[in-house]
Write a protein that binds this ligand. Structure first.
Ligand SMILES: CC(C)(COP(=O)(O)OP(=O)(O)OC[C@H]1O[C@@H](n2cnc3c(N)ncnc32)[C@H](O)[C@@H]1OP(=O)(O)O)[C@@H](O)C(=O)NCCC(=O)NCCS
Length: 174
């Protein structure tokens, strides 16, 4: 399987830069607030944990090659990290599916950043052959549901680990 590599994207005053391990230091600050984990579980990562996570993520694919991993740091002018968008790609038969995730630091929330950043990723992936987009969202995570709805995703009846699968594009089983 060959997966696309994340490329720099721009939308308005937001820049999305492909993740680098060197981003861990700045991102540890963005991801430090425990409120970010209210609906997703987990907790604020230490710098060493984040570096290890980023070292793995920048490989761009799972070790068995069945998933593509694309990650962007979202930057606001002049050059401050505000959050990230990630896409996990899988091929379901002929249909390339991307599961999207988005996180914006508390200082930057409520300005449309997640919607615009995830929208830029969605558009870029669609231009590279991704036919279906998914997101997994806790039923009480109203902000994330708004983001998904504004991206054109809709909730399904499928619940995995307490999160509802939202989808766009043609339905594929599984
Ligand atoms: C979800 C998240 C990324 C949204 O980031 P953001 O940049 O603030 O998102 P946007 O500004 O693009 O859009 C947020 C929308 O949710 C709405 N919203 C925000 N908080 C809300 C709340 N508590 N209840 C209802 N709606 C809420 C906003 O009004 C906005 O909708 P609108 O444009 O219709 O007014 C951010 O809250 C976050 O990082 N949360 C923690 C991590 C997380 O849960 N990630 C998603 C996992 S599925």
């Amino acid at each position: 399987m060959t997966w696309p590599s994340a490329e720099p994207l721009t939308t308005g005053d937001l820049r999305l830069e492909p993740l680098r391990v060197a981003d861990a230091e700045e991102m540890a600050g963005v991801l430090a607030d425990e409120s970010l984990y209210r609906f997703t579980g987990g907790s604020a990562p230490s710098l060493s944990r984040l570096r290890a996570r980023y070292r793995s993520q920048v490989r761009g694919a799972s070790s068995d090659g069945t998933q593509g991993w694309l990650n962007w740091v979202v930057r606001v002018a002049p050059d401050r990290a505000a959050g990230f968008v990630q896409a996990t790609l899988e091929d379901h038969g002929p249909v390339r599916v991307a599961s999207l995730g988005w996180v914006v630091g508390p200082a930057w929330q409520g300005r449309g950043i997640a919607t615009r950043a995830a929208g830029a990723v969605l558009g870029w992936l669609a231009s590279r052959g991704v036919a279906e987009f998914r997101a997994y969202i806790h039923p009480d995570n109203a902000a994330s549901q708004r983001v998904a709805a504004k991206l054109g995703l809709r909730p399904t009846a499928l619940v995995l680990d307490g999160e509802v699968r939202w989808v766009s594009g043609p339905h594929t089983p599984g």
